[in-house]
Structures are given as C-alpha cells and as structure tokens.
Design a protein around this ligand. Structure first.
Ligand SMILES: [Zn+2]
Length: 417
C-alpha cells in the first residue's frame, strides 16, 4: 500500500471533462518511488488509469514515457514513469497516445451498445467485461445463442450505429441515479457517473467513450464460447473491426484464387478437397499395406531357414516406404518367423525384434542378454522387443546375437520337450 501525504487533493480527471483531449499542462503535486518505480501525481490529467475494465493510457509527461497509470480510492492518479522528471520542474506537459486511447473508446462504447442489444433483444444481461489491447469480451448468462438470435442482436447494433445516437456522461447524486434504468445497481455511495447512449442505454461507468454511436463504426462478433453455464462473446468494434475485415478479405481472396471459386462456393470447395485427400490417403494406406506384405514375403523367402524357422535380419534404408514397426508386425504375422530389424537415421540406432506366435522363444529373455552384453536399451513383451543402441555397430552386434538365439531354436525346442 502506498502512503501519500494527507492533504493531497484528488486528481482532476480531464478525460471525463473531454475524452477527446490529447494534451495538457498540469502542476506537479507529489513525486514518489515505490519498489523501484518512479511515480508522479499532478493536479489534473488526461491519462486514464486502469479501471472499470478499461486499460490505462500510454504517452509522455514532459517527454518522459508513461509506463503505467493507476489510481487509489481517494482519487489520486499516479503516473508511473520511465525516468524521473527534472527536479526543478513544477509543471509537466502531458501527451497521451491517441491511437491507443481512441481504440479503447471505440471498444468501450461498442461494449455498452452490444450489451444493451443483448439485453433488449435476448434479455441477456452482461455479467462480465474485459478489454485489452488484443481482445474485447463480454460474458452473458446461459448457453451460446443461435446464429439467428445473434444476427438480430447485430441488426439492433447496426441500426443504432446508423442513427448516430449521442453518447454522454454525467455525474448523478445517488438518489437520482437509482431512478435511471441502469443496467446494474450502483455499488458506490457517492455521485454516480452514468454513461448514456441516447434513448437506449444507461450504465454506471467511469470509462472514456466516443461522442456518438456512429464513431463505433462497426461491431462484429468473432467468437461465442460456452464457459460453464455462461457464454463468452468475443467482439471487435471500430478500427479493430475494420482491420479484421481486411485480414479476412485477404484470406478469402487467397483461398478463392487457389481453389478457383467464388466466396459462396468456398466451403463446398474445401469439403470436396478434404474428401479427395481422405480418399487418396486411404488408397496410399492400402498400397502401402500391399507393398509391406510383398516386402515381408521377399525377406522371408531370402532368409536362412533353420529348424523350421525363417530367421529374417534386415537393416532398413532411409527411403523405404514402410516404418520398421509395421514391417515387423507384417513379418511375424506369417508363421515360423523370427525377425530382427534395425535403422540408423539422424544419428540414432533403433531396433525391433519379434517372433511368430508358434515360435517358442521368449524375447524378454533375449532382451536381458542383449542389455548385459551390449548395453542396449529397450523393452517389450514375450513376442516383440524394441529399443535403441549407442551406435550402429553395437546395434548390429546385438541383432547378430539375437540371430544366434534364433539359430539355436531347435535346441530350445528339444530342451523343452
Ligand atoms: Zn463502461
């Protein structure tokens, strides 16, 4: 908590008197430092402090960057600066970053209008509001409304924008304020600042607003999200809505020219494309299965045959169509096969080995031997084991040992008998 001098008067809010004012001169009343931050309090300011859902202004005080603007309960507005103001100065000249402020004014007025529209058209009050440099949202009770209802809300908004209804702000004593059709009951005792959209909306609000609804320009809803038993509405107003429109135009134009179609047919064109891709992938998968099977048969035919078992040993090239796991699965789907496969890609030696159901070899036993003999790593089941080796040579040696186990199988079988 900051402690300020007792007699420090509250800061006069020039942004309330005239939200379009961009520069001002003011007396320096107090300088402070808090946790390494440099603050200054003036007798009056155009800088809006973070509050009521609206972010603070940026700009300069006598050429020094204003990094943050906060306020306290007593109405002091503190400008947090990048560097201290000159010691001898008793006045400061402020300039607010107008593009940022005007954007916030358009979004904030857009929010009041959109909230009024949801209330008037769908009887949904606004229970949350968030405005940042990148997004504006309001929260409504209940699930997301359907497209038709949303369009009715937007029609209401668009009509109000075309009517250029004045937006004004005034302080009311509490007893007068409670007689206004306010959206929400006031929570403060003192005079209540009410922002009015002529004939449409009365909201208790400390924010900065455009002078009439025409300056909101346009409101578009970009997202409706269910959040528990509420709906979050993401929207854009003014310049943001225009920029969004241009961005979407660029994207749709690019897609239309790529797919040689017009905007109305774009969804159908994309659907056709997706269906084609799906069909192609299915064909490729089938072809791959057939090829893998043919490769497995070739490897089995060429493999040494010992004690009724085909012992397949194969190192995969980098350009082989099938992956090692699929090839192994295909190999051991044939009876009487023991197979060991390896690859060496991107400096990594990986191997996999397995046997057909009818071959009495416990692959996990083999793995234990490989681990102690060569320091390879791996895991698996009694049918299939796989892992990595420190290098290609070690992998080859390990696979050759597995091969030897397979060649010994007749002994294993006779041992078991
Ligand atoms: Zn407001």
């Amino acid at each position: 908590m900051l402690t300020l001098p007792q007699n420090l008067p509250p800061t006069r809010k020039l942004y309330w008197q005239d939200p379009y004012r961009r520069s001002f001169t003011a007396r320096i009343l107090h300088r402070l430092e808090d946790a390494g931050r440099i603050g200054v309090i003036l007798n009056r300011t155009c800088f809006y402090p973070t509050g009521g859902g609206q972010p603070h202004d940026l700009g300069t005080l006598s050429g020094v960057q204003v990094l943050d603007v906060t306020s306290d309960e007593a109405g002091h507005i503190i400008h947090w600066l990048e560097a201290p103001l000159p010691d001898e100065a008793d006045e400061a000249h402020g300039e607010i970053l107008w593009s940022r402020r005007y954007d916030f004014m358009q979004q904030h007025s857009g929010q009041h209008l959109l909230s009024a529209a949801f209330q008037e058209v769908l009887y949904r009050p606004t229970i949350g509001f968030h405005l940042s440099e990148s997004s504006v949202t309001i929260d409504l009770p209940g699930p997301p409304p359907d497209e038709k209802s949303v369009n009715r809300v937007l029609d209401f908004v668009q009509k109000a924008i075309a009517e250029a209804r004045p937006i004004t702000a005034r302080l009311y004593p509490l007893d007068e304020a409670v007689r206004l059709p306010l959206r929400k009951a006031p929570t403060v005792a003192g005079p209540i600042r009410v922002v009015t959209i002529d004939g449409l909306d009365w909201s208790a609000c400390g924010g900065t607003h455009v002078r009439n609804t025409a300056e909101i320009g346009h409101v578009v809803i970009t997202k409706l999200e269910r959040r528990g038993d509420q709906t979050r509405v993401t929207f854009l107003a003014g310049g943001r809505a225009f920029q969004d429109h241009l961005a979407r135009l660029n994207v749709t134009n690019a897609l239309m020219s790529r797919l040689s179609t017009n905007m109305d047919d774009l969804p159908a064109a994309v659907e056709r494309l997706q269906a084609q891709v799906k069909e192609s992938l299915r064909s490729v998968r089938q072809a791959k299965e057939l090829l893998t099977r043919a490769e497995a048969q070739r490897l089995i035919a060429e493999a040494p045959h010992t004690g009724g078992v085909d012992v397949v040993y194969h190192i995969l090239d980098s350009d082989e169509l099938w992956d090692m796991e699929t090839l192994l699965k295909t190999l051991i789907s044939f009876p009487s096969v023991v197979a060991m496969l390896g690859t060496f890609r991107d400096g990594r030696a990986r191997w996999i080995a397995g046997r057909s159901q009818n071959v009495p070899l416990d692959m996990l036993d083999s793995l234990t031997e490989l681990k102690s003999a060569f320091g390879v790593q791996g895991g698996g089941t009694v049918d299939v084991i796989q892992g990595v080796a420190p290098d290609f040579d070690t992998m080859q040696k390990a696979l050759h040992l597995l091969q030897a186990f397979a060649f010994d199988l007749p002994t294993l079988i006779s041992d078991m008998e």
